[in-house]
Ligand binder design. Structure first.
Ligand code: NAD
Ligand code: AKB
Length: 315
C-alpha cells in the first residue's frame, strides 16, 4: 500500500486505522475522508476531505487528485441502526460500496471493505463457524454484507481488481465510540464500569459472540493487504476472531480490576434477536494459513489495556 484513501474515517475503526496507517506509511500517504468533520485533531494530522460515499463523482475526483492506489472503504450503517432504517442501510451500504468499487476499477486501486459476523444467519453452524458455509442472514445489515462480499468477488473475477476483506467480529476500542452495532454492549460495559461501577446490558447472559480488540483488527487489515496474492485462496471475506464471550464473561474479567462492578440486564429484543442469529465462535484457520492472521490480545489482555487507556482518558 502506498497512497491510501479511507472512507468513513472518523468512525470506530477509521479513527484508529488512519493513525496506524500514517505511522506505517507516512502522514501524507493516507487521505482520510468522512461525511462529517471532527474536532479530534489526530483525524486531521494528514490529508482530510469531506466526502459522502453516495457521491461517486466526488469520490473519483478526490481519489484522482491524491493519486491513491488503495481504497479502504469503511463507511456503512451497522446492524442495530440498519434494522431501524433498513432501506437507508441497503442504499448506503450497497451504494457506497458500488461507488468505491467503481473508483477502484477506474483507477486500478487495491480495495478493502470489511464484512462482518453479521454475514451469517441462523442456518449457519454456530460453533467453529467454517470459512465456507451457509450465509443466509436475517438482518438487513447481514444481507448487505453478504451482497458486498459477492460484489467484491465479482469485481475481482470480472475486472481483476485486487479486492480483499475480513469478516470482523465485534470490535472493542477506546478512541471513538462504536456506531450503532449489536456488539457495542461490550465497549459500553468497560466505559460504564469505570464511570459508574455498574452497567445494564441489552444483550442477555449466555449470548456468546466473537470479539476482537481493535489493535488486532488494524494489524489484520495491514497483514491481509500486504499478503502475497498467490497465497490467497479466499478473498471476500476471511473469518477472523480473537475470543468468544458473553456479557458475564466480560464482567468477570472487568471485576479483576474493579471488584465491585455490578452487571444488570434489560434485554433489548431487537438487538438480542440479531445477536442470536449470529455465530458463537468463528473458525479463522483460513486467515491463519493464507496470510498469517495471529491476534495478540485475549480477553484478559484486552481488559487490562482497555481499562488503563479509558482511565487515562477519564482523568
Ligand atoms: P462507524 O459507524 O463507527 O463509522 C462509520 C463512519 O462512516 C462514521 O464516521 C460516519 O460519519 C461515516 N459515514 C456515514 N455515512 C457516510 C456517508 N454517506 N459518506 C461518508 N461517510 C459516512 O463504523 P465502524 O465501526 O468504524 O465500521 C466500519 C466498517 O467496518 C463498516 O463496514 C462495518 O460494517 C464494519 N464492521 C465493523 C465492526 C465493529 O465492531 N466496529 C464489526 C464488523 C464490521
Ligand atoms: C455490529 O454489531 O453491527 C458490528 C458487527 C459485528 O458487524 N459490531
Amino acid at each position: 500500500m502506498k497512497k491510501i484513501l479511507v472512507t468513513g474515517a472518523l468512525g470506530q475503526i477509521g479513527s484508529e486505522l488512519v493513525c496506524h496507517l500514517r505511522r506505517l506509511y507516512g502522514e501524507a500517504q493516507v487521505v482520510a475522508t468522512d461525511i462529517r468533520l471532527s474536532d479530534n485533531a489526530a483525524a486531521h494530522s494528514g490529508p482530510f476531505e469531506l466526502l459522502d460515499v453516495m457521491d461517486g463523482a466526488s469520490m473519483l475526483e478526490i481519489a484522482k487528485a491524491h493519486q491513491v492506489d488503495t481504497i479502504l472503504h469503511l463507511a456503512a450503517i451497522l446492524s442495530a441502526t440498519a434494522e431501524a432504517k433498513p432501506l437507508l442501510a441497503w442504499n448506503l451500504n450497497m451504494g457506497g460500496l458500488t461507488n468505491a468499487l467503481e473508483v477502484s476499477r477506474e483507477l486500478g486501486c487495491s480495495f478493502f471493505a470489511p464484512s462482518s459476523i453479521g454475514a451469517f444467519g441462523p442456518g449457519t453452524p454456530k460453533k467453529g463457524t467454517p470459512q465456507d458455509t451457509v450465509q443466509r442472514p436475517v438482518t438487513m445489515y447481514g444481507v448487505s454484507k453478504v451482497a458486498g462480499e459477492l460484489l467484491c468477488d465479482y469485481y475481482h473475477q470480472k475486472y481483476g481488481i485486487d479486492t480483499r476483506s475480513l469478516r470482523f467480529p465485534g470490535l472493542i476500542s477506546y478512541t471513538a465510540p462504536p456506531g450503532g452495532g449489536t456488539t457495542d454492549y461490550a465497549v459500553d460495559m468497560y466505559v460504564e464500569a469505570l464511570a459508574k461501577g455498574q452497567y445494564t446490558s441489552y444483550i442477555a447472559a449466555g449470548t456468546f459472540l466473537d470479539m476482537m480488540y481493535l489493535p488486532d483488527a488494524l494489524e489484520a487489515i495491514v497483514k491481509l493487504m500486504e499478503a502475497d496474492p498467490a497465497r490467497l485462496q479466499h478473498r471476500n471475506a476471511f473469518n477472523v476472531t480473537a475470543m468468544s464471550v458473553d456479557p458475564e464473561t466480560v464482567a468477570t474479567s472487568i471485576r479483576r480490576y474493579i471488584p465491585g462492578f455490578v452487571l444488570n440486564y434489560h434485554v433489548d429484543p431487537v438487538r438480542q434477536a440479531i445477536a442470536e442469529s449470529w455465530p458463537n465462535s468463528l473458525d479463522s484457520t483460513s486467515a491463519t494459513q493464507e496470510w498469517g492472521f495471529s491476534p495478540v490480545y485475549d480477553l484478559e489482555g484486552m481488559t487490562k489495556d482497555m481499562l488503563e487507556n479509558l482511565r487515562g482518558r477519564l482523568t
